[in-house]
Design a protein around this ligand. Structure first.
Ligand code: TXA
Ligand code: MG
Length: 425
């Protein structure tokens, strides 16, 4: 850095980045760093011991694989045993021989909030990273700090979200500190994350999970079995920063499906369901009881007024039931019930049959007037309920329609909530 043209702050930032990169490149300690989605907890993806420390620091189950972060397409190729799937010289969703590639998708959405599953290069990436799976998730983040850090470390960086397992993902450096204090050597504060929800995880190679008895080599030994390869549509395993609508605009991804437990397996003989292992765990949960309000009908079928009435009745009934079960004398200190509105613009008019005990306050708060703003605020708002409001007894959150960012928001909320109320039945 040129002392003439760079400020003290820039020189300081660069020194921090170099130090963090050195920690990743030369030690086995994880480092906290910002990305455009959420904060990551990163370590050298090529070192089994460093990756083991990530699992340990987070308390993460060993069967939930990590995303490998890279700073260039070249580094992404080094992680894959088949560089062509990343679109070497290809631009379409289907490459030579009808084989799926991510070329067109990455051209449009990398760097960015998108992780793609590619065959793992066993020489580079130890099995611990993918929990033994043959495919490894790779992401080229857009955040300048993340890119510079990985570039300076000169190694792919395995990084889950930098929260303790089961907690909401961190969107501010303070969230990482709250969860992982004493468990990481260094944390780079890059301010609030732009997106607020994690990357989309996409698998276009689902047919690659065919069991060995169906692999092309074994088929060659039984030439009488004519196998007509059929195309298996790509699958969005975890909705995130790149929406399903955006994915379907890409050539080769027009028929991309959203993973659900009901989805048939990619191959009838496939024993491995197309599942992202993280899905089976408790996730994103704050340390306060969270109630998700889901509207049961197509919202277009009833008016805004009807919707507001129905949701207000549902909240009022739930608060009344709570107060019934919790006698006033048990709530000895000042306490709060929080209602997080998403797309509704003004407070819900509650109608509580019994008056509130004087020590209980109901607080209504808006997360924003678009699903993008809600996505940005969501995790921070859940964590605020634990720390900002006095003795938070109950938190309600209004669901959103599952279009655009709304699909990812509802995916997180359904996992975070301990209880769901369907209203307007
Ligand atoms: O935005 C993000 O993706 C953030 C930032 C730090 O980049 N990272 C993140 O990582 O959210 P994590 O570990 O919290 O979530 C990774 C998700 C999990 O649901 C995991 O099961 C899935 O990706 N995943 C990772 N590798 C996979 C693989 N090889 N096969 C299937 N799913 C995989
Ligand atoms: Mg996570």
């Amino acid at each position: 850095l040129d002392p003439e043209t760079h400020t003290d702050q820039q020189r300081h930032d660069h020194a921090v980045l170099r130090l963090a990169a050195q920690v990743i490149a030369t030690t086995q300690f994880p480092v906290g760093f910002p990305t455009e989605t959420v904060y990551g907890l990163g370590a050298n993806a090529c070192s089994e011991a460093a990756v083991a420390n990530i699992f340990y620091a987070k308390g993460r189950p060993a069967d939930n694989p990590l995303i490998v972060h890279v700073s260039s397409l070249r580094m992404a190729r080094s992680v894959s045993s088949d560089a062509a799937v990343l679109g070497e010289g290809e631009s379409a969703g289907a490459g030579a021989g009808g084989r799926a590639t991510y070329g067109a998708l990455l051209k449009r959405h990398w760097p960015g909030p998108l992780s793609v599953l590619v065959p793992r290069c066993e020489r580079q990436i130890p099995a611990i990273v993918t929990a033994g799976h043959g495919l490894v998730a790779v992401r080229l983040p857009a955040h300048p700090v993340a890119r510079a850090l990985i570039g300076l470390a000169q190694t792919p960086v395995a990084a889950p979200s930098a929260n303790t397992s089961t907690r909401p993902s961190p969107t501010r450096a303070s969230h990482v500190r709250d969860d992982l204090r004493g468990r990481l050597l260094l944390l780079i504060d890059g301010g609030d994350c732009d997106d607020g929800l994690e990357s989309s995880v996409v698998d276009a190679l689902r047919s690659a999970t065919v069991p060995p008895e169906l692999s092309p080599t074994s088929l060659q030994t039984t030439p009488t079995t004519a196998v007509i390869p059929h195309r298996i549509p790509p699958c969005l395993l975890r909705p995130g920063g790149i929406s399903i609508e955006m994915l379907r605009k890409i050539k080769g991804f027009e028929d991309c499906v959203v993973w659900s437990p009901k989805l048939p397996s990619a191959n009838k003989n496939d024993t491995i369901a197309p599942v992202t292992p993280g899905m089976k765990y408790k996730h994103y949960s704050p340390n306060v009881p969270l109630v998700l309000l889901e509207s049961h009908q197509d919202e277009t079928l009833y008016s805004k007024q009807q919707y507001r009435e129905a949701i207000s009745i549902a909240i009022s009934a739930r608060i009344s039931a709570f107060l019934e079960k919790t006698p006033t004398k048990i709530i000895t200190s000042p306490a709060t019930i929080v209602i997080l509105r998403t797309l509704s613009q003004s407070d819900f008019a509650l109608n509580l049959p019994r008056s509130l005990p004087p020590q209980v306050t109901i607080l209504q708060k808006s997360l924003g007037d678009s699903t993008a703003k809600v996505a940005h605020e969501l995790f921070a708002a859940l964590r605020d309920c634990e720390t900002l409001y006095l003795n938070c007894l109950l938190v309600f959150i209004e669901g959103v329609a599952e279009a655009d960012e709304g699909l990812a928001v509802m995916n997180r909320l359904r996992k975070a909530a301990g209880e769901t109320i369907f209203f307007h039945e």
